[in-house]
Write a protein that binds this ligand. Structure first.
Ligand code: SME
Length: 153
């Protein structure tokens, strides 16, 4: 489990005064990815049109470029506005496998301070049942703080 208070402090320091969403996403993807060996793919999908997600900054192997809200774990998070904590991706209807090694996944909707959906934050793990509600809560708090001042697309 990462030291989430230290991760939050590091992200806060690195992003102080920044409100560009892509710059913030790139920084967060890097810092979160390298904070825990469970995280094999870490990145963002951005809302680029109604009902459409497109890939943003990420760390790890190739990620698929476009995900409609109707598909995948990321689409479910964007469509419902709810965290998707998936212990077994093979049991998730419509899971999109960007890597055949992925076993579990955590996807968190990303909103700005006005409550507008900017995209989703996606972490894949090659370990089964790798994520906990504590991961979701701590990362959600870091995302909320980091993107509070961002304008929507
Ligand atoms: N697994 C995701 C797709 C993105 S790749 O994991 C980077 C999904 O089902 O939406």
């Amino acid at each position: 489990m990462p030291d989430y208070p230290a991760l939050a402090a590091r992200v806060r320091s690195l992003t102080e005064g920044e409100d560009d969403a892509v710059a913030l996403m790139a920084t967060l993807a890097c810092e979160v990815h390298h904070s825990d060996d469970r995280f094999d793919w870490t990145g963002f999908y951005r809302v680029t049109a109604p009902g459409m997600l497109k890939i943003g900054p990420y760390q790890g192997g190739h990620g698929c470029l476009v995900i409609p809200f109707s598909r995948g774990v990321c689409g479910a998070a964007a469509r419902t506005g709810q965290v998707q904590l998936v212990p077994d991706v093979d049991a998730f209807p419509g899971h999109i496998a960007c890597a055949s090694t992925t076993r579990s996944e955590l996807v968190i909707p990303v909103h700005n301070g006005a409550g507008q959906l900017l995209g989703v934050f996606d972490i894949d793990s090659d370990l089964p049942d790798a994520f906990t509600p504590e991961d979701a809560q701590a990362l959600g708090a870091i995302l909320d703080e980091t993107f509070a001042g961002c304008a929507s697309g």
